[in-house]
Design a protein around this ligand. Structure first.
Ligand SMILES: [Zn+2]
Ligand SMILES: [Zn+2]
Length: 219
């Protein structure tokens, strides 16, 4: 955040999606250091003991039950992922809407409903199927990733982006790319080729990196 000139004092809370380490490991320490409340489902909280020490403000939320943080309305929605009571979030402020959809297993009707009409969509584009299938992961893990409680492939992401895009909206951030089973240029190409094939207008697209912060986007 500092490298992008953002003020930590403006953060009002931490939204937890699920307890997996790549999402929850820094939650406790960040909450304690910056005195920020943690919003999470009871399922997530029950699995986060290793990162919490009792000195955090915990706020239990529920999929499908919206709540407010300042002027923003937060809409958590349930997703299919191999963790306890996982959710993803839409954030609404004024007429603008941001939808987050990583770790969603597959694109359910609920996911489609929630991310429709967003101005910015952060969606996972986790793996290239050929790279995953021919890669070094054990068979069981490959099955987990491909399965309905795993992750979206580049192709899955491209299709849902194609289906919900209207007049070049929303802006898209491809996120949660596997370092082992994907490459940013392959993920991007998968989306662009689908739009080119049907001559449909794709809006702004950026690929999130695990090393670098994503540029600040205005909506
Ligand atoms: Zn996960
Ligand atoms: Zn994850």
């Amino acid at each position: 955040m500092m490298s992008r000139g953002l003020d930590e004092g403006k953060i009002k809370g931490i939204l937890v999606t699920h307890e997996h380490n790549d999402h929850a490991s820094g939650v406790g320490v960040t909450s304690r250091n910056l005195s920020l409340p943690i919003y999470a489902t009871s399922g997530s909280l029950s699995k986060m003991e290793r990162v919490l020490n009792g000195n955090e403000q915990l706020i239990t939320i529920e999929g499908g039950v919206p709540f407010k943080i300042g002027p923003m309305e937060i809409q958590p929605y349930s997703v299919s992922h191999d963790s306890l009571e996982p959710v993803q979030y839409c954030v609404m402020s004024g007429k603008k809407k941001i939808a987050i959809a990583t770790d969603i297993g597959f694109v359910s009707t609920l996911v489609t409903e929630r991310i429709k009409g967003s101005d910015l969509l952060v969606i996972e584009s986790n793996y290239n199927k050929d790279m995953l299938q021919n890669g070094s992961y054990p068979w069981a893990i490959k099955q987990r990733i491909i399965g309905r409680e795993g992750h979206l492939s580049n192709r899955n992401a491209a299709e849902i982006i194609f289906n919900i895009t209207r007049n070049g909206s929303p802006k898209i951030v491809l996120a949660h790319l596997s370092e082992e089973n994907n490459r940013p240029e392959i993920a991007e190409k998968t989306v662009r080729e689908l739009f080119e094939k049907y001559d449909k207008k794709l809006g702004f697209l950026v690929i999130a990196s695990q090393q670098e912060p994503t540029p600040i986007l205005e909506i």
